[in-house]
Design a binder for this molecule. Structure first.
Ligand SMILES: Cc1ncc(COP(=O)(O)O)c(C=O)c1O
Length: 332
């Protein structure tokens, strides 16, 4: 006998409408596509810890393809709001990585001119992506690395302070604030009281600082773990070995509940596993994040504590390949 169809309650109908709206959200501009990134349960790479849930927050789903869209947007919006940035000023910073792509995208969408200072020897791909948005590049001495680019940008700004807005993501409080209001709040929205741990790597430390502050404020304090490479010579792009680096002013060593290290080899191996076993294509800092999350989950499983561990997918693997060439060639 067929079951009589139950009329959905008002609450059930509201849930369906909310889900539908969320999936097909209409946006006023690309800027509104920043945030609300998905959280995926990693069943396969974390199968050695079946009593613990491990989640990966896909920050590569931001329109600029990385975790840096949130702070770049927030730094620009906050500066536009209080007058440090206006349409007649140039945003200038020293970055050849994900923040440079994020500034370039936001600059194009907000009508703000962007200049980036980078060592002359960065890959052609990095130069091509940012230039495609209309960003102007200034090259520093390749022998002086990223510190040389920082010195050059400071010199340019000091010579002409009124011409530029220099966000300086390493000391700008809007960077962690973007993660406090965004990343951290969204993890709580999705998991609520279930979340017990977060582990993520340190670059500027904005993701870790902002997310930790939000999760520590939650009614059931969440255990927050900072990860970094064990030494300065490593292949985990985007991450810093703090002891041998210029320490970012926004970084507070005492804020995380725990610190740990992950080697380049473990990070790269896990990157391959995430791709092959989960079908998720990530960069190597994400591999290191997931390695740390799985190690933690295994420990919680062994000690029969259970738990729910969250980590971050900072960007996608294809960011590390040369993009297809952007050519204006017509063949009729
Ligand atoms: C690929 C990648 N991973 C990790 C990070 C670290 O993020 P945060 O600067 O918020 O510490 C960055 C930052 O640029 C990054 O580009």
């Amino acid at each position: 006998m067929a079951c009589p169809r139950k009329t959905p309650s008002l609450v059930e109908r509201k849930i369906v409408v909310t889900l539908r709206l969320h999936r097909s959200r209409k946006l006023g501009s690309i800027l509104e596509a920043v945030g609300n990134t998905p959280l995926i349960r990693l069943d396969r790479v974390a199968r050695s810890a079946p009593s613990v849930e491990v989640y990966l927050k896909l920050e590569f789903a931001n329109p600029g393809g990385s975790v840096k869209d949130r702070p770049a947007l927030r730094m620009m919006q906050d500066a536009l709001a209080d007058g440090r940035l206006s349409k007649d000023k140039i945003l200038i910073d020293s970055t050849s990585g994900n923040t440079g792509v994020a500034y370039s995208l936001m600059g194009a969408a907000l009508g703000v001119k962007v200049q980036l200072v980078m060592p002359k020897n960065v890959t052609k791909a990095r130069k091509d992506i940012t230039r495609a948005f209309g960003t102007e590049l200034i090259f520093s001495d390749p022998m002086e690395g990223s510190d040389g680019a920082i010195r050059l940008v400071r010199k340019i700004v000091a010579e002409n302070p009124d011409k530029y807005f220099y966000p300086d993501q390493y000391s700008n409080p809007s960077n962690p604030l973007a993660h406090y209001h965004g990343t951290g709040a969204e993890i709580l929205d999705a998991l609520g009281d279930r979340v017990t741990h977060i582990v993520t790597g340190l670059g500027t430390s904005g993701t870790m600082m902002g997310t930790t502050r939000r999760l520590h404020e939650h009614t059931r304090r969440v255990h927050c773990i900072a990860m970094e490479p064990p030494d300065s010579l490593h292949g985990l792009e985007g991450l810093k070995h703090m002891a041998s680096s210029i320490v970012p002013p926004i970084y507070d060593y005492d804020l995380p509940d725990e610190h740990l290290t992950v080697t380049t080899e473990d990070g790269w191996d896990m990157t391959d596993r995430i791709l092959a076993e989960e079908g998720i294509y990530v960069g190597h800092s994400t591999g290191a994040n997931v390695f740390a999350a799985v190690q933690l989950a295994e420990k919680l499983h062994r000690e029969q504590q259970g738990g729910c561990v969250v980590t971050i997918a900072c960007d996608r693997g294809d960011r590390y390949f040369p993009p297809m060439k952007w050519e204006r060639k017509f063949a009729w």
